[in-house]
Design a protein around this ligand. Structure first.
Ligand SMILES: [Zn+2]
Length: 401
């Protein structure tokens, strides 16, 4: 009986971990060091444990101590949480434990806005994974998600006095920070009385001519000849200086530099990227990309997605299961387990799809080949059909009157 119930003996579990119940309380913030209006108090309760297992069929599951499933598909439940909703996230934590392992009987406070950002990064990674697998490529969406993972302010969050969580921040930014302006005027060319730097460019496959005047204005912030919104943005300046000077870096770093430079130089300088508001420019902008930039975007999107996941699964520990004599993994905390569920996703065969009912936030697991299933449940399909019917009736009435 126990055997039949035991999840771990089915030979289908890829990894498992033991979490702990915590108690939470949201308070209004009066700490000037915190950005958010809300702070969360986390008190760990070392007595009550939560058991998790991941299987290829059911995803990440909450199980009993002996391995029978209590709740399936916890990543799906997590993705279905409404955006920027503290109450819903807190309820998730009450049911499945906190993202991080907390020392027993210790009270810690955390800035709630950081936690919301962490959830946005997991959602963005999954949505990007889905988009990259779609037959029809939605470049606008891939651009938005990629630039969010790449350019949103890096998360650094204090978990306890001794532990800090840091999100993925691409190593290209270290390169950008370390580039020094080289003021040599030896390598420019002159076309029609204008001076240009001839920059080897891997997106356009040949040299790109960058006007010396424009480069000088961006790199010094002096606006002699050029003045456009965001020209004195410090990130744009670093990217432009790296674009001109920084050629002894890895191919992917160079591609990132080339892409960010061309995008901001011709589409608009980016002020910020957030999950809910998307790309925010200094001035007017457009999202159009030519074929070469589109090709580069897909490579960058895959790089960014893999870095986001790799950053978070690096603390997984391989273990050899003494019962099944099969390989398995041990997750240090729930956050890693959620990312590891993404790591084990097979976007070629199954994806999480957002319910097509606009008023529903649910994500459901579906075979990639199944293009017909658009709603998470019958209720959502009916609600959507009724709304379509009503809007058709309205049109008929209008046309008739
Ligand atoms: Zn739904």
């Amino acid at each position: 009986m126990i055997d039949a119930e035991n999840f771990f003996n089915l030979g289908t579990d890829y990894f498992s971990f033991i979490g702990q119940k915590c108690h939470f309380e949201i308070q209004k913030n009066d700490n000037p060091h915190f950005v958010s209006k809300n702070i969360l108090t986390v008190v760990s309760d070392s007595d009550e444990q939560l058991f998790f297992s991941f299987s290829g069929n059911d995803g990440l599951c909450l199980t009993t101590e002996f391995g029978s499933i209590i709740h399936k598909n916890i990543l799906g439940k997590f993705l279905s949480l409404p955006s920027n909703n503290a109450k819903a996230l807190l309820e998730f934590f009450e049911n499945y434990g906190y993202f991080f392992k907390m020392p027993p009987n210790e009270t810690n406070i955390v800035d709630f806005s950081h936690l919301i950002q962490v959830t946005y990064h997991i959602k963005a990674a999954l949505l990007l994974m889905n988009e990259l697998q779609n037959v029809t490529i939605n470049y606008d969406e891939i651009l938005r998600l990629t630039l969010f993972l790449l350019l949103a302010p890096p998360i650094e969050m204090k978990i306890t006095e001794k532990q800090t969580y840091t999100g993925y921040h691409d190593s290209v930014f270290k390169t950008l920070d370390s580039v020094i302006t080289i003021n040599d005027s030896s390598d420019y060319i002159t076309i029609d009385n204008e001076d240009y730097y001839s920059i080897p460019d891997i997106i356009y496959g040949k040299s790109f001519n960058l006007r010396v005047d424009e480069y000088e204005d961006i790199s010094t912030g002096e606006k002699f000849m050029y003045s456009y919104p965001g020209i004195d943005d410090s990130r744009y300046r670093k990217i432009t200086v790296a674009y001109k000077n920084c050629h002894h870096v890895s191919k992917i770093q160079r591609l990132l530099i080339d892409f960010l430079f061309h995008f901001m130089n011709s589409n608009g300088v980016i002020k910020n990227v957030s999950f809910d508001l998307g790309i925010e420019f200094y001035g007017t902008s457009n999202l159009d990309l030519d074929d070469k930039m589109k090709k580069a975007l897909l490579i960058i999107a895959k790089h960014v997605l893999s870095q986001e996941i790799n950053h978070h699964v690096s603390r997984m520990k391989p273990i050899y299961n003494p019962v099944t004599l099969e390989p398995s993994w041990k997750a240090p905390n729930l956050l890693t387990a959620l990312y590891f569920s993404l790591f084990y996703m097979k976007p070629k065969s199954e994806i999480y799809r957002k319910c097509a009912n606009p008023s529903c936030t649910n994500f459901f697991l579906v075979k990639t080949s199944n293009s017909r299933k658009k709603y998470c449940c019958d209720a959502c399909r009916n609600a959507s059909n009724q709304r379509d019917y009503r809007s058709r009736q309205k049109k008929i009435t209008k046309a008739g009157g």
